[in-house]
Design a protein around this ligand. Structure first.
Ligand code: PGA
Length: 258
């Protein structure tokens, strides 16, 4: 059985004090019954404080990016070693905002995934098509290419550790969510693609999240779909109450009480 994963991507929001306040609300409100995994991704400046605040909690901590070298003359970058050092367990890689604004290439995404795995940091690989690509009927082609690039030269043993987040770019921060059917269609395609590359066993365990304007009122219907194993939430993860509502939806989908 795949566990439902609910991840909050805080992007470039929250000072350290605000981050601690938010994480305290989540910690208090989330009653972990072992059915789901909750992850928060604060900005770099709050990682250490959040990781200390969550020391005795099952909530996972993700960074929003990482460089693929251990150390060196790379001004402004943060290495996997440094992330491990502050208690990070997950790292978001290839988010569409990084691809768009910070020249993140498929090649770098692949390098980052490999290095994250080497340091036992679980990569959360983001893929997804633009509105133009969707309208032009190129959605599957786009995500297929992104998967092929990202998983290049990755062993089946490592491939099974990667979390994939399907985030249609047109749905990110726009208030326009993919319908559960639209999302499921792509999720099921992604799972089949992983099966083609690594076999049914790896594919059946692969965790595939949906991201793009996930809110308390659409989270349940998205996660109820067969191949949607959770959500990567931006805007709605910035407030404790809405993030907790989404967590509750995840618990309901997994069959637990909430
Ligand atoms: P959003 O962002 O929920 O604000 O659309 C999702 C994401 O970018 O991960």
């Amino acid at each position: 059985m795949r566990k439902i994963v609910i991840a909050g991507n805080w992007k470039m929001h929250k000072t350290r004090g605000e981050a601690l306040e938010l994480v305290e609300t989540i910690r208090k409100g989330f009653k972990d019954n072992g059915e789901i995994k909750v992850i928060v991704a604060p900005p770099f400046t709050s990682l250490l404080s959040v990781s200390e605040a969550l020391k005795d909690s099952t909530i996972g901590i993700a960074a929003q990016n990482m460089y693929f070298e251990k150390e060196g003359a790379y001004t402004g970058e943060v290495s996997p070693l440094m992330l491990k050092d502050v208690g990070v367990h997950y790292v978001i890689i290839g988010h569409s905002e990084r691809r768009k604004y910070f020249c993140e290439t498929d090649e770098n995404v692949n390098k980052k995934i490999k290095v994250a795995l080497e340091y036992s940091i679980t990569p959360i690989l983001c893929i997804g098509e633009s509105l133009e690509e969707r309208k032009g009927g190129r959605t599957f082609e786009k995500v297929e290419k992104q998967i092929e690039f990202a998983f290049k030269d990755i062993s089946p043993e490592n491939a099974r550790k990667i979390i994939v987040a399907y985030e249609p770019i047109w749905a990110i921060g726009t208030g326009e969510t993919a319908t559960p059917e639209q999302a499921e269609e792509v999720h099921s395609f992604i799972r089949k693609k992983i099966a083609k590359m690594y076999g049914n066993n790896v594919a059946s365990y692969a965790i595939i999240l949906y991201g793009g304007s996930v809110k308390p009122d659409n989270a349940f219907s998205l996660m109820r779909e067969n191949d949607i194993d959770g959500v990567l939430v931006g805007g709605a993860s910035l407030k404790g109450d809405s993030f907790l509502e989404i967590i509750k939806a995840g618990i309901r989908v997994s069959g637990g009480e909430s």
